[in-house]
Ligand binder design. Structure first.
Ligand SMILES: Cc1cc2nc3c(=O)[nH]c(=O)nc-3n(C[C@H](O)[C@H](O)[C@H](O)COP(=O)(O)OP(=O)(O)OC[C@H]3O[C@@H](n4cnc5c(N)ncnc54)[C@H](O)[C@@H]3O)c2cc1C
Length: 297
């Protein structure tokens, strides 16, 4: 019986497991090793790791975690988690079961991109969601913003700090008068004929093609993808969910406690704000909270 099983071993899960290992708790970290940012060559803005490959950051984090004798790392996908008596059983695809007194769910989210030919093969390279993560690398190039919803016009107002911007409404989100005034003040062009394809040798991007045949030169496009939980385990355990601007997320308190006793959650799966540092910080809090709940048990 482990004290804690952490499911999901990226920024949030590793941060939770590290606090628990340092508190000398017996912690098993199970990870399917498919973090959300795996499509990007480099991760940016994470303290001390700026510009490093996501896989290199994770390899180093696992190596540091495993220096603690009470930590174990198990690559694989948790298929289910059930609460039985006073503990949880987590089952993997190979049928093995692992038991713990507490669970931390740090399973992240999956992205659904707009259904435009050429988007998916450029995701994380020249099709981007976060200017703070990847805008600097695209600086001084012509940039597009492809609307997916109400947040898109806001995103478009930010982009001129990295390059000359064109906002493609796609017939999906027309800026309201306040947004239109800010877009105009920021020099953002507005294009209402929809983008129907991305042009260039992927992952490079030369232009977007519009429905009327015109090509508009861009080196990258920003878009706000829809998100959904990468795992159904939280819902299957009965954790309450909240509605976010891009998709549902697990409802937690400030310390990562879900609505189900002894189940904690952290990272992108629990927040409408998706960022590696934020995910890591929430993992730290969940790890500490789990330790303190074990002290009181
Ligand atoms: C293309 C792209 C680039 C990005 N670049 C940056 C950046 O430069 N800087 C930045 O701050 N943020 C960036 N982000 C956001 C960042 O990736 C996320 O905020 C961060 O990864 C969230 O960490 P997490 O631990 O919550 O989830 P994730 O990193 O998504 O990790 C979840 C982990 O859980 C595992 N998992 C899921 N289900 C199971 C299961 N059932 N069993 C076992 N394991 C499971 C997954 O395999 C994965 O390893 C980027 C996002 C994208 C999409």
């Amino acid at each position: 019986m482990h004290d804690v099983i952490v499911i999901g071993g990226s920024f949030a899960g590793q941060s939770a497991a590290m606090q628990l290992a340092r508190a000398r708790q017996n912690v098993l970290l199970i990870d399917a090793q498919a973090p959300r940012n795996r499509f990007a060559e480099a991760s940016h803005g994470f303290l001390g790791q700026d510009g490093r490959a996501p896989s290199a950051i994770m390899r180093e984090a696992v190596a540091q975690l495993l220096k603690y004798p009470t930590a174990r790392f198990l690559p694989g996908e948790a298929q289910s988690a059930v609460q039985e008596d006073n503990h949880f059983t987590v089952r993997l695809a190979d049928g093995t079961g692992h038991h713990a007194k507490r669970l931390v769910l740090a399973t992240g989210v999956s992205d659904t991109l707009p259904d435009i030919p050429g988007m998916s093969e450029r995701w994380g390279e020249t099709v981007l969601h976060c200017p703070y993560c990847h805008g600097y690398e695209m600086r001084d190039h012509p940039l597009g913003i492809i609307a997916t919803g109400a947040k898109s016009a806001h995103q478009a107002t930010l982009i001129p700090d990295w390059g000359q911007a064109t906002y493609f409404t796609q017939g999906i989100h027309e800026p309201d008068p306040e947004q239109a005034a800010l877009l105009s003040k920021r020099g953002v062009a507005i294009e209402r004929v929809p983008v129907v394809a991305l042009i260039g040798k992927a992952p490079a991007l030369d232009a977007v093609k519009l429905a009327d045949g015109r090509l508009i030169e861009v080196a990258a496009v920003f878009t706000v993808p829809q998100t959904s939980p990468a795992s159904t385990i939280a819902e299957s355990l009965g954790c309450l969910m909240e509605k976010g601007p891009t998709g549902p997320f697990v409802k937690v308190d400030a310390w990562g406690a879900t609505s189900v006793p002894h189940v904690y959650a952290a990272g992108d799966a629990t927040s409408p704000m998706h960022n590696a540092t934020v995910a890591s910080a929430s993992g730290v809090l969940a790890g500490i909270a789990v330790h303190q709940s074990l002290v009181k048990a």
